[in-house]
Design a protein around this ligand. Structure first.
Ligand code: SF4
Length: 348
């Protein structure tokens, strides 16, 4: 009888032990699937870079671009700086990644910011060097801190965990190799939200091709429609118009026109163009609008911006040393309409 009682007690103990383990396993599973929901991105959005990560293409592309920093030709300045040896290029960047700040940003277009903000990463330095840059402390005076590629991957994951709707890479061109390698590492750890490439538009199309399938949204600033002005106010960028045109064609080839998620109202893929209206028509707005109207679909997203401020070195140029007038802004919007554009965003 005593043996039977011991046996029963043992069986009960074993059952309780396994039942507790199963419960714990179930709880762990629940947590994992919750995490999975988080990392799948909103509405189970599957970004295109995931496939490239799985097949090893992201790492390959990142390494190829990294090598190009040996004698750097990553942007139209083609300055041949030996960045891997510590030299700084015309953009002022060496191969040391520098970031000024990151976090949720609500100043972008509403389709990108949603309710929790765009996960914006402001990279230090810039290749265009506009004399009227509103972020000159970051772009030209070098404000920022050093980070590794691993750090950048963790930043992306942190922004996703915080609920930001996308990773918004501001002024990314000179760090394109670091960025692709970081996306590869972050994708391995669950990054699933769209990538926004936020650029001044002065890009080499053949370098942009390395971003095919990685970037979901191109957010560009089509700054000038005339070469003379480009070279003057973005010193040395004489080929801005030619390069920006080719770059916009390539970006559109990759992502097409904007696609807004009907459920969330947020942008998940496509080309979004900004154009900053400048005093005395320095940006050659009509030329920009006409080119878009003639070379891209008429429903291309075009945000005509009115917030030009005469900051940084703008006071050295009397023609841009003021804000724009209402009349100048109205003419810019009229030019977009005359060009047949139908998806124009305007500002008060
Ligand atoms: S990215 Fe910088 S270093 Fe490379 S070519 Fe352009 S300006 Fe020169």
């Amino acid at each position: 009888m005593r043996i039977i009682l011991h046996l029963l007690f043992f069986l009960l103990l074993t059952y309780w032990h396994f039942s507790c383990q199963n419960q714990q396993a179930q709880e762990n599973d629940d947590q994992r699937s919750k995490h999975k929901v988080t990392v799948m991105g909103e509405n189970n959005y599957i970004p295109s870079y995931l496939e490239l990560h799985r097949e090893g293409t992201l790492e390959q592309r990142g390494k190829v671009l990294w090598e190009r920093m040996r004698v750097c030709d990553l942007c139209p300045r083609d300055c041949d700086s030996r960045r891997l040896e510590g030299q700084r290029g015309d953009c002022n960047a060496s191969s040391q990644l520098m970031i000024a700040s990151y976090g949720p940003h609500f100043g972008e277009e509403p389709e990108l910011t949603g309710s929790k903000g765009s996960g914006t990463i402001f990279f230090t330095h810039c290749n265009l060097k506009c004399v009227f840059c509103i972020n000159a402390d970051i772009s030209q005076k070098g404000h920022g801190r050093k980070y590794s590629v691993d750090n950048l991957a963790q930043i992306m994951l942190e922004l996703q965990e915080n609920g930001q709707h996308n990773i918004n890479l501001v002024t990314p061109s000179h760090y394109i190799a670091h960025i692709i390698l970081a996306i590869d590492k972050a994708a391995a750890q669950g990054l699933r939200i769209p990538i926004v490439y936020n650029t001044c538009g002065w890009e080499k199309p053949e370098v942009l091709r390395y971003l095919d399938g990685i970037v979901d949204v191109y957010l560009t600033d089509f700054k000038y429609g005339c070469s003379q002005q480009a070279g003057k106010y973005s010193p040395g960028a004489w080929d801005y118009v030619e390069m920006a045109r080719k770059a916009h064609l390539e970006m559109h080839r990759q992502v097409g026109s904007v696609q807004v998620n009907q459920e969330t109202g947020r942008m998940e893929r496509g080309l979004m163009i900004r154009h900053l209206v400048m005093p005395n028509n320095v940006a050659c707005t009509e030329e920009v609008m006409n080119w878009i109207g003639e070379n891209l679909p008429k429903d291309t997203y075009v945000n005509i911006m009115s917030q030009y401020m005469p900051v940084f070195r703008a006071s050295l140029y009397s023609e841009i040393n003021r804000r724009i007038t209402r009349e100048e802004y109205r003419k810019a919007v009229d030019a977009a309409k005359q060009a047949g554009l139908t998806n124009i965003k305007t500002q008060p």
